[in-house]
Design a protein around this ligand. Structure first.
Ligand code: PEP
Length: 245
């Protein structure tokens, strides 16, 4: 049985003053026991957020990291540094990193391997563009991305996959539950080719998930949670998703 995982990806949003009220709103409502919840703030807020989350079951996540453990990499952050800050999950290969910061499949694969080697849980993002979907290349794109991530790994531990169709991210257009389930089921068959134990790997859906569409998406057999951008910025709208899960 895979436990539902919901991850808030704040991207480059929110401010220091928002942290306490946001966490208080979540904690006051109480996080249902059947859900794992993680918040991924911008790097500078990690330490403060860790303090705010101390007496709660909510996990800390980061939005990126460098694959090297230390060195002359100005502006970068290592998995070791994130670990010191109490981070447990790291989002890697988000389509915005791929699109705006030139992260190739090879770079994403190196990051995922380093993350897992550091015993942090990688949330490895994959997803096709609108053009690729229209050209019926969704499955070949996903296969290539998944293969790149899985190939260097020795086990299925500390790995979460997020299927995020690029055309659904931040657009208000969500994949239908059927469209998402179809790709999630495909990803599961790909994972099974790599590891016998792949059934335990959680596959999250991401792309304009909100309180109105999350229930149907999360009811699908191979959708094990959500990576939520826009709808996670406001505690009440994120709570809407949590309460629907
Ligand atoms: C994301 O960026 O991971 C994401 C899913 O964003 P949104 O929910 O805003 O589409």
């Amino acid at each position: 049985m895979r436990k539902t995982l919901l991850v808030a990806n704040w991207k480059m949003n929110k401010s220091y003053a928002d942290l306490e009220p946001y966490v208080s709103a979540l904690v006051e409502q109480g996080i249902p026991k059947h859900i794992d919840l993680a918040l991924a703030p911008p790097f500078p807020f990690l330490d403060k957020l860790r303090q705010s989350l101390k007496s709660s079951s909510i996990h800390l996540a980061a939005q990126n990291a460098h694959w090297e453990s230390k060195g002359a990499y100005t502006g970068e952050v290592s998995f070791g540094i994130l670990k010191e800050l109490g981070v447990e999950f790291v989002i890697l290969g988000h389509s915005e990193r791929r699109q705006y910061f030139g992260e190739s499949d090879a770079i994403v694969a190196k990051k995922v391997k380093a993350c897992v080697d550091n015993k942090l849980t990688a949330i490895a993002c994959v997803g096709e563009s609108l053009e690729e979907r229209k050209a019926e290349r969704t499955f070949s794109v996903i296969e290539k991305q998944i293969h790149a991530v899985m190939e260097p790994l020795n086990s299925s531990e500390n790995l979460v996959i997020a299927y995020e169709p690029i055309w659904a991210i931040g657009t208000g257009v969500t994949a239908s539950a059927n469209q998402a389930q179809e790709v999630h089921a495909f990803i599961r068959t790909l994972l099974a080719k790599h590891f016998a134990s792949s059934e335990s790997i959680r596959i999250l859906y991401g792309g304009s998930m909100n309180a109105s569409n999350s229930k149907e998406l999360l009811q699908q057999a191979d959708i094990d949670g959500g990576l939520v951008g826009g709808a996670s910025l406001d505690a009440q709208s994120f709570l809407g998703i949590i309460n629907n899960s």
